[in-house]
Every structure is written in structure tokens, then in C-alpha cells.
Design a protein around this ligand. Sequence first.
Ligand SMILES: [Zn+2]
Ligand SMILES: [Zn+2]
Length: 107
Amino acid sequence: MDIGPWEVFGILVAIIVVLTAWRFAPSGTRSSTGGQRAVQPQVVAVPAPPVICAACQTANTAGNRFCSGCGASLVPEEKTCPSCATVNPPGQAFCGQCGTRLTPAAA
Ligand SMILES: [Zn+2]
Ligand SMILES: [Zn+2]
């Protein structure tokens, strides 16, 4: 049973390593919790642009299908041709099949 100077040196190194790890452990925990706090606001702060009603200029919550101020539809609807019953995509002024006007003529 010989305990030489190298064994004592090894034990001292082991003690220093353990103490160093113990000192840095709490600071690492604090930084991780701080990171979580910094992430939380990003989940809450997701601005949804309001939808402005074309009829009454009311700012509606994004996702609304109808205006909360006047009840007008906020979603462009497909237009069925009164002549040939073809369903045309929103925004189309004339039927793509027969050319019938889909929007009421301006007075
Ligand atoms: Zn409106
Ligand atoms: Zn048509």
C-alpha cells in the first residue's frame, strides 16, 4: 500500500474538478431559466394584421368572415354565372365560359 505523491496529486485534481463543476452548475441553471423567460414573450407577441372592411372601414380581427361593423362578407366569394351556372373565382368581372357580366354594371 504505497500512496505516492502522484496519487495525492490525482486526488487534489479530482477535488478541484468537482469544486469547479459545482461552482459552474448554478450559473448554468440561471442562464437556462433566463433563456426560457426570453422565449415566452415571443410566443405571445404574434401580431395579427386586422382586416379592414371595404364597406365601412371597420378593423376586424384577422380570421373574421364577416364585418363586425356592418355584416359585410370579408372573404371574396366565388361568383356563379347567372347565364351558364359556371362558378368563377373571386375577383372575376365576367364569366370565363360565356362572357356574361358577373358584377352589377356601374350606374
Ligand atoms: Zn363593414
Ligand atoms: Zn357564364
